[in-house]
Design a protein around this ligand. Structure first.
Ligand code: SF4
Length: 259
């Protein structure tokens, strides 16, 4: 079975779904968000990145399924106490060798551990179909409701993102919809209204909406990879983010600021 590259296994994570979680970051992503905080997650191959001390470090390792299961199992008591579990993230986990991902997911579920899938929605629908029986929820990015903007800022249109979101909803997957907010670009009330309109028209069932205001962490990573930094956005005003929250709550959604 082909193994993917993993660039980080983060324990005690509290921003990748409910409770305390172990987040596994798979390396490789089919899109290029200009604000990406983890540029080392984008390429599917191993890369050299400098540490903050200037040492060369290889990013991306193979792990056997057994090795990962052992790692995540060691924190099971924390998941149980906090309502947490494991999150597959990236990069884009749903574009990784799917047999490996499904096997790992089934092993984690057999231990009674909750599993969340963090995804940008740009992956084959068959992969979502395969992971659905094992996923307790999807942290699902809807970056731009407008397809041209999606293309402009991430390099691909959003048709697959919308289709896969509908597929997951129609098939009973729990959706934690993540809206990244970039000031003056996708955070207007008009954009929010269009988003809600589309969700309702398509009968998308949402467990929670997570508002993720842009921040510019990770800028130095571009330099450390020898790449030009593409992050050049503004942080939305706090009050405006609260206004968005109230609006979405009035529309009947359970809304959180942050992951
Ligand atoms: S989907 Fe995530 S990992 Fe991929 S480019 Fe966008 S922000 Fe980076």
């Amino acid at each position: 079975m082909k193994a993917p590259y993993i660039f980080n296994i983060q324990k005690f994570s509290v921003h990748d779904g409910p409770g305390i979680r172990t987040t596994i970051f798979f390396k490789g992503c089919p899109i290029r968000c200009l604000w990406c905080h983890n540029p080392e997650s984008q390429k599917y191959n191993q890369e050299v990145m400098l540490t903050s001390e200037g040492e060369e470090e290889i990013v991306g390792q193979h792990y056997t399924i057994e090795q990962i299961v052992k790692k995540v199992q060691s924190d099971q008591i924390f998941y149980d106490q906090s309502g947490g579990g494991v999150t597959f993230s990236g990069g884009e986990v749903m574009t990784q060798p799917i047999d490996y991902i499904v096997e790992l997911a089934s092993r984690i579920k057999r231990l009674g551990i909750s599993l969340m899938i963090d995804t940008c929605g740009v992956a084959p629908v068959e992969n979502y179909q395969k992971i659905l029986p094992y996923a307790d929820g999807f942290l699902y990015d809807l970056k731009f409701i407008n397809s041209q903007d999606h293309f402009k800022y991430v390099g691909k249109d959003n048709s697959l993102v919308k289709d896969n979101l509908k597929f997951i909803s129609d098939n009973g997957g729990a959706i934690y919809l993540r809206l990244i907010l970039l000031k003056g670009i996708n955070d207007s009330m008009d954009t929010m209204e269009k988003t809600v309109e589309w969700l309702k028209e398509n009968n998308i069932k949402i467990s929670e909406i997570d508002l993720l205001p842009y921040h510019d962490f990770g800028r130095d990573k571009y330099n450390r990879l020898g790449r030009k930094c593409t992050q050049n956005f503004e942080v939305p005003d706090e009050q405006h983010v609260l206004n968005i929250k109230y609006y979405l709550q009035q529309e009947g959604y359970n809304v959180k600021i942050g992951g």
